[in-house]
Design a protein around this ligand. Structure first.
Ligand code: F3S
Length: 380
């Protein structure tokens, strides 16, 4: 049996110091990560069952990250066992009142935060987006601390919940001009590695409000770094007084570093499939894919939310992309059971985050290409 005191401990323990427990701050919403059967396995199901059997319900709007498979119907690709285990996880969370959004970009439709609102979100790419682009306030919670906060309605009042905790500690300048989302991702990855847990103030030509560039940049930053936000010049809604860039260490990143990283992480093995949608793609990206005239010659898997997939199904877009050999997958992370079941060893992707996790979690190698190349080169 889990008690409310256990939940309070889960929220504050990571922030306790020898002589002090943090105070709490009310939250307006929560987002839970770590719900894929691939990551939490049977031990995670046991823990979630304990939470659910304790009769807890969330007290603020709460969404959930994607899982290991689609749960619309028993999949033809993934085994019934995996389907049933993933469905059980989702059902346990639903019983606690959590919206089965199953997406890592809930900030677009299912759980849109208000600028200035305090949140308890997990999923690093989403936390970075809500802090850096929307101007909401959330630390990088773990899946379990976000769940405890969602039930209690508050989180630890520390880190970026304080104005002081949002100030950049290092300035980063990109000396080239970013040409696409893959380069934006490579910049994010390098930046995360060199800044560690320090919030950077970033100046980069080519890093614009274009959704796909920003999303890939932030997701890659969250893969290698620990800071929960970035101040991006001309984009982030930061107040002047939050930026005191005088006397700050300055880091310069060059085009050469970006090119070498892409090369280093790119396999020269023959790809067997195309994987797009880490983080989940928006409707705009699906429209872009549907405008591509040629049929993909490799099996092509595009990952998105159920919300977007339902919109696609309402239009001719679904027909268009299916004719091009694209399978649109909702509810699932790109760390998808299908890649494992089909024994796919190398894929093409435009995502640095996918490249990192596919290699480390599924032992799948990646050929890195921007979406424009994937849509228009010899691979299609
Ligand atoms: Fe989303 Fe999975 Fe990538 S949760 S950000 S598709 S690693």
């Amino acid at each position: 049996m889990v008690t409310k005191q256990d939940l309070k401990d889960l929220i504050s323990l990571p922030f306790n110091t020898m002589d002090r427990r943090p105070s709490f701050i009310p939250i307006e919403s929560a987002h839970i990560s770590g719900i894929s059967y691939l990551n939490i396995g049977d031990a995670g199901i046991e823990l979630l069952s304990e939470f659910s059997n304790s009769g807890f319900k969330v007290s603020v709007p709460t969404t959930m990250n994607p899982g290991f498979t689609e749960i619309i119907k028993v999949g033809q690709i993934c085994s019934i066992k995996i389907y049933e285990k993933q469905k059980l996880i989702v059902d346990l969370l639903r019983k606690m009142g959590i919206n089965p959004s199953l997406t890592c970009v809930p900030y677009f439709h299912e759980n849109v935060p208000r600028p200035g609102s305090h949140l308890a979100w997990a999923e690093s790419s989403a936390v970075l987006y809500v802090n850096s682009i929307i101007g909401a306030w959330s630390n990088k919670e773990s899946g379990i601390s976000a769940l405890a906060s969602a039930i209690m309605g508050f989180t630890a009042d520390i880190g970026v919940h304080k104005s002081d905790g949002r100030k950049p500690k290092v300035k980063a300048i990109y000396e080239g001009s970013l040409m696409n989302e893959l380069e934006a991702g490579a910049l994010g990855y390098i930046l995360g590695e060199v800044t560690g847990d320090r919030i950077p103030y970033v100046k980069a030509k080519g890093l614009t409000h274009n959704h796909i560039n920003i999303i890939e940049f932030l997701a890659a930053f969250g893969t290698s770094g620990f800071a929960p936000m970035i101040s991006i010049e001309g984009i982030s809604p930061v107040r002047k007084l939050d930026i005191e860039i005088r006397d700050m260490e300055v880091i310069r990143i060059s085009e050469k570093q970006i090119r070498s990283l892409i090369e280093e992480l790119s396999s020269d093995e023959e790809p067997e499939a195309v994987v797009i949608g880490c983080p989940h793609v928006t409707l705009e990206t699906i429209k872009m894919i549907s405008e591509n005239k040629k049929r993909f010659s490799l099996p092509t898997f595009v990952f998105t939310s159920s919300y977007v997939k339902d919109r696609v199904k309402e239009t001719k877009l679904m027909d268009n992309i299916e004719k091009r050999g694209v399978k649109l997958i909702a509810n699932s992370c790109v760390m998808w059971c299908g890649l494992k079941e089909m024994e796919i060893r190398t894929v093409i992707t435009n995502s640095m985050k996918a490249a990192y996790y596919l290699k480390n979690q599924l032992n799948v190698k990646t050929v890195l290409k921007p979406l424009s190349d994937i849509l228009g080169t010899k691979w299609n």
